[in-house]
Write a protein that binds this ligand. Structure first.
Ligand SMILES: *Cc1c(COP(=O)(O)O)cnc(C)c1O
Length: 400
């Protein structure tokens, strides 16, 4: 099938809940993808950072193939011989005591919200039904009903009421406003350490530490959604490490699945994770043996290839080179590690720039009307990155 036929099928049979760039990917390896016509592109979205290890990493593919020969799914009604090893590896990688495996990112966030509400009653002593959770403007935590009830984005929430109560929203990157919103019933605050979907918004230095401090002072759980920022993307294993602001619960997903399948989890210490008892939470597919084998390999690749250091190094090159660009409509290049964005003047139609990039052989997607995110797989080489920067410069300098 050619690209046109594929797109026609998607449009005829698929719900219209996405607006993808008009490109079809039928093959991928590392940081490159190819369309059915054979045109090669750099992938600078990495499936929203789910492909940090690169497309079809050989080590992760081997783990899949090996696991397919023994067992793939058991449900949690029985033990399997992979899950414990996966959770041990995940705890060692993150520095937390316990993990709870789910599938999608939104489920990890739901799990964190449930853990926090329960902890609020059973450990903090809040009356059940009175628990409050503080979230921030511009957040993106997924698409389920509880999760969109935190959202300030009208597209995410339109006509989906009634929304889940118990959330209070405050401005992002404003520690004072957050502390003011804390009441005796507050059980948690939930933030992304860098807001990805909001346009790679990096909070001012000190914000994460301030949030950590106020949570400790007020006996409130600090929940950090590292689904997009985690697993080496920002130059550290997790973005909170930039300020040593260790959360109480981390939400993980995306790159935990190594670009193969949805794998998510929360990690926390025993004091928090201990609130879960048999029957109170679960998932048929969470912790399945295939996912566990993949998760282990995904973490090993991040570790052995030192992708945190690599993201830090290459991200510096990326921001320095793009910062030198001659483009009158460009306002800012921002980000950490290999999670970056170029911000154009207000009213700029970034969609058209993405189409021009696509034609020049590089895939990137705008986040808001005037912002383009650049997040290649972390396995990209310096030479490949320089070539990609050349493509971006060529397109942007033509824009003006
Ligand atoms: C992608 C994302 C999610 C949701 O993950 P899904 O797997 O799409 O449910 C949650 N939080 C953040 C920060 C994300 O980037």
């Amino acid at each position: 099938m050619n690209s046109q036929d594929c797109i026609a099928l998607d449009e005829k049979y698929g719900a219209n809940n996405y607006h993808p760039l008009p490109v079809v990917i039928s093959w991928a390896e590392g940081c490159r993808v190819r369309d059915p016509e054979g045109k090669l592109y750099y992938d600078f979205l990495s499936a929203y950072s789910a492909v940090n290890q690169g497309h079809r990493h050989p080590r992760i593919l081997k783990a899949v193939r090996d696991q397919l020969d023994s067992v793939t799914l058991t449900s949690r009604a029985f033990h399997n011989d992979r899950m414990g090893l996966f959770l041990k590896k995940l705890c060692e990688f993150t520095g937390f005591e316990m993990a709870l495996p789910m599938n999608t990112g939104a489920e990890a966030v739901e799990t964190a919200l449930k853990a926090a509400r329960r902890w609020g009653v059973e450990v903090k002593g809040v009356e059940n039904g009175k628990q409050e959770i503080i979230c921030v403007d511009g957040n993106f935590h997924g698409r389920t009903l509880a999760v969109i009830s935190m959202s300030s984005d009208p597209d995410s929430t339109v006509n989906y009421g009634p929304y889940i109560p118990g959330f209070r929203r405050v401005p992002y990157a404003d520690a004072k406003a957050m502390e003011k919103a804390i009441t005796p019933n507050t059980v948690a605050v939930v933030i992304e350490p860098i807001q990805g979907e909001a346009g790679v918004l990096v909070p001012p230095e000190g914000y994460l530490k301030a949030v950590r401090g106020m949570c400790t002072r007020n006996k409130v759980l600090f929940v950090c959604d590292e689904i997009q920022t985690g697993f080496c993307r920002t130059g550290k294993r997790f973005a909170w490490e930039h300020e040593e602001a260790r959360p109480d619960i981390m939400c993980l997903g995306k790159a935990l699945g190594g670009g193969i399948m949805p794998i998510s989890a929360i990690v926390a210490d025993k004091e928090v994770m201990g609130v879960f008892t048999p029957g109170t939470h679960g998932s048929t597919f969470g912790g399945n043996p295939l996912a566990s084998a993949i998760g282990i390999a995904a973490l090993e690749v991040l570790e052995d290839e030192k992708l945190d250091e690599k993201a830090e190094w290459l991200g510096g090159i990326f921001r320095k080179e793009l910062g030198k660009m001659q483009c009158a409509k460009m306002r800012e290049v921002r980000g950490k590690g290999l999670l970056n964005a170029v911000v154009f003047e207000a009213g700029f139609e970034a969609w058209n720039a993405c189409i021009a990039l696509l034609k020049a052989g590089l895939l990137a997607k705008q986040t808001h009307g005037n912002i383009i995110r650049f997040a290649p797989p972390l396995v990209i080489s310096e030479k490949e990155l320089q070539e990609a920067i050349g493509i971006i410069k060529g397109v942007f300098e033509r824009i003006g």
